[in-house]
Design a protein around this ligand. Structure first.
Ligand SMILES: NC(=O)C1=CN([C@@H]2O[C@H](COP(=O)(O)OP(=O)(O)OC[C@H]3O[C@@H](n4cnc5c(N)ncnc54)[C@H](OP(=O)(O)O)[C@@H]3O)[C@@H](O)[C@H]2O)C=CC1
Ligand SMILES: CC(=O)N[C@@H](CCC(=O)OP(=O)(O)O)C(=O)O
Length: 314
């Protein structure tokens, strides 16, 4: 029997990518909603009632309303918005945290899909805090380059519309250090303080590069860059979605932020030297940063190979 899936917000950037990935699958039946009623609460609730699994690909306010609409329906939710990722009753949708996390997602009826920048930061920090290398009170700084699709339809229209404005150099944002992904990074990595986080949006469609530098003298153990690489390589060994590139790999000295655009998996590189170590996570903000991760979680919830229907580089 096919799994019935409803995509609330299928006209948006994240929803469209999920729709594209699922529309050719033989094991999935998409629950349609007519365009003129796609924001109508009664129509949405009717779709929720029919579906086994629903993706919420909506702005935060609309997603909160959709969660309420789903109450009493026998539907499992995967929410790509920010509000409930670390809320009680919700499972954080990053299966690579641990085998237990993957199991928890597989059984969950309420999965909060990670934020895009957060996915990169957590992919680097969580194995290193868990291994006791990065102490909980480490003064973490993180930089993140993102394609403009990260800002959804509005930002895509801005970048692809009027090119006469001088808007298209890389732009730093999140200037007051209250980016909405900080709470999940702190909670999931068990940090005692928020990182200094610098997101930068640039004039390319999709792709994300999250960079976290470490001073080895401030780490909890005496480690070399290769030790850090080893911890990450062991943590992600055999993982189909996260690939730690061989130690010393530097992509010819230039790491392009859109190198993983179009793919649903992630690369991690360790560069620098034994005093100043840089760890970089490279992925598509719409892939492992949003739609790809959401489908990976759905596959786990269905009890099938998590890579089904996804576009992996490796
Ligand atoms: N883009 C990205 O890289 C990432 C996005 N996310 C998150 O995913 C969610 C969706 O973002 P994104 O796809 O970028 O946003 P978009 O703005 O591209 O899409 C949002 C969609 O939701 C629709 N919508 C708005 N209100 C309602 C409503 N009440 N009922 C039904 N549909 C509604 C919009 O309709 P209309 O077409 O009429 O505007 C639009 O199609 C957000 O919470 C975002 O933060 C998470 C990770 C990365
Ligand atoms: C360029 C741009 O604006 N990017 C967005 C992407 C975040 C996103 O989509 O946030 P959620 O995953 O939490 O929903 C931002 O940094 O807020």
């Amino acid at each position: 029997m096919k799994t019935k899936v409803f995509i609330d917000g299928h006209e948006g950037t994240t929803g469209l990518r999920i729709h594209e990935r699922l529309s050719t699958r033989q094991d999935i039946e998409l629950v349609p909603i007519a365009d003129d009623v796609r924001k109508d609460p009664d129509a949405i609730r009717a779709c929720m009632k029919q579906a086994d699994i629903a993706f919420l690909c909506l702005p935060d306010g609309a997603a909160a309303e959709a969660v309420t609409l789903a109450e009493g329906c026998d539907v499992r939710l995967i929410d790509t918005s920010t509000g409930r990722r670390v809320a009680p009753g919700w499972t954080y949708g990053f299966p690579e945290l641990s085998p237990q996390q993957a199991e928890a997602i597989a059984k969950s009826d309420r999965v909060g899909n990670p934020g895009c920048h957060a996915s990169g930061a957590i992919s680097i920090l969580q194995p290193l805090t868990a291994a006791g290398i990065v102490p909980a009170d480490y003064p973490v700084t993180a930089f993140s380059l993102t394609g403009y699709s990260g800002g959804g339809k509005k930002m895509i229209a801005q970048y692809e519309g009027d090119k006469s404005q001088d808007l298209y150099a890389p732009r730093q944002y999140g200037l007051v250090q209250q980016h909405k992904h900080l709470p999940e990074i702190v909670t999931i990595c068990h940090l005692t303080q928020e990182p200094v986080f610098t997101p930068i949006v640039d004039d390319y469609y999709s792709g994300m590069e999250v960079m976290i530098p470490f001073f080895s003298q401030l780490l909890a153990k005496k480690v070399t860059a290769q030790d850090v690489w080893q911890v990450l390589a062991s943590h992600y060994d055999g993982c189909p979605f996260i690939h730690v590139l061989p130690f010393g790999e530097d992509k010819g000295g230039f790491i392009a932020a859109n190198d993983m655009s179009g793919y649903d998996d992630m690369e991690i590189l360790v560069t620098g030297n034994d005093q100043r170590i840089m760890v970089t996570s490279l992925f598509d903000n719409l892939g492992k940063g949003a739609s790809g991760a959401a489908i990976q979680n759905m596959n786990l919830m269905m009890g099938i190979d998590p890579t089904t229907g996804l576009n992996l580089k490796y």
